[in-house]
Design a binder for this molecule. Structure first.
Ligand code: NDP
Ligand code: 8X3
Length: 250
């Protein structure tokens, strides 16, 4: 059992929710954040460890800063930051994408993650041992049609994680870029703008990763002894792999 605190962004669904439950099972105190307050409250009611809930949009740098400044004393010993809040919007070709969707992905996956990390670094550095676990994606490493800004934003997360390591080496703060492939959460429902049928069809017959699989990996990373830094982990369901390069012939 642990007496430490984990801060999870995007704990209302998917990886964030599954991770909150797993860390709670192991006695961690939790700071859970997300925009959907009712879901945060329901999660807090379900858990038996100390939980601090904050309705937070990670895109709002001032709100992120205020949230951290207002943390009750018992929640300030943060040992694990799970930078999980993120989204994809649209899966069609770039020329059909809305600029607003592109901005939303950059604002959330890039700027939001930077907002939280920047504000938390001084607190994390006070710990003898801490972990930042950033949710990137296989889309950070592998190009595919319709990934355009989403994949670009996750490539930022991967490289930012590596660059952070260079600055944080020797401080006790470890950094990991976690790069999952297809996992059934609300991710595709969001990507397909609420079209449940499209989301179900994507996962049909694939035996995709489950949020609990990713939570297990996040928890395992956080449990590594101080002399180990897991730089990156790429994980796919067995049913997913890469495809060939495309060649257009005239
Ligand atoms: P979900 O849609 O199930 O969960 C996303 C979470 O992010 C929600 O809790 C949502 O909370 C939160 N979120 C989204 N936008 C914001 C915002 N502006 N401010 C605060 N919170 C926000 O998806 P997943 O659990 O699958 O995704 C989690 C992360 O993992 C994302 O970064 C995603 O890109 C990444 N990922 C997902 C993969 C997959 O196949 N599922 C694979 C690889 C990476 P709320 O709406 O309440 O704010
Ligand atoms: C989500 C995984 O394969 O849809 O990051 O890009 S994928």
């Amino acid at each position: 059992m642990s007496s430490s605190t984990v801060l999870i962004t995007g704990a209302t669904s998917g990886f964030g929710l599954a991770s909150a439950r797993l860390f709670a099972e192991h006695g961690y105190s939790l700071i859970i954040t997300g925009r959907r307050l009712k879901r945060l409250q329901a999660l807090a009611d379900e858990l038996t460890v100390p939980v601090h809930t904050v309705q937070l949009d990670v895109r709002d740098a001032q709100a992120v800063s205020d949230m951290v400044d207002a943390l009750p004393e018992r929640f300030r010993t943060i040992e694990v930051l799970v930078n999980n809040a993120g989204l994809a919007l649209g899966a069609g070709p770039a020329w059909e994408a809305s600029l607003e969707d592109w901005h939303t992905m950059i604002d959330t996956n890039v700027t939001g993650l930077v907002n939280v990390t920047h504000k938390l670094l001084p607190l994390l550095r006070q710990q003898p041992k801490a972990s930042i676990i950033n949710l990137a994606s296989v889309a950070a490493n592998w190009a595919y049609p319709g990934s355009h800004v989403y994949g670009g934003s996750k490539a930022f997360v991967s490289q930012f994680s590596r660059n952070l390591r260079c600055d944080l080496v020797g401080t006790g703060v470890r950094v990991t870029s976690l790069e999952p492939g297809m996992c059934e959460t609300e991710f595709s429902l969001v990507r397909f703008k609420g079209d449940q049928q499209k989301s179900d069809n994507l996962y049909k017959g694939t035996n995709p990763l489950r949020p609990e699989d990713i939570a297990d990996i996040i928890f395992w990373i956080a449990q590594q002894p101080p002399h180990i830094n897991i730089n990156s982990i790429e994980v796919m369901p067995s049913s997913q792999a890469w495809d060939n390069f495309k060649v257009v012939r005239s």
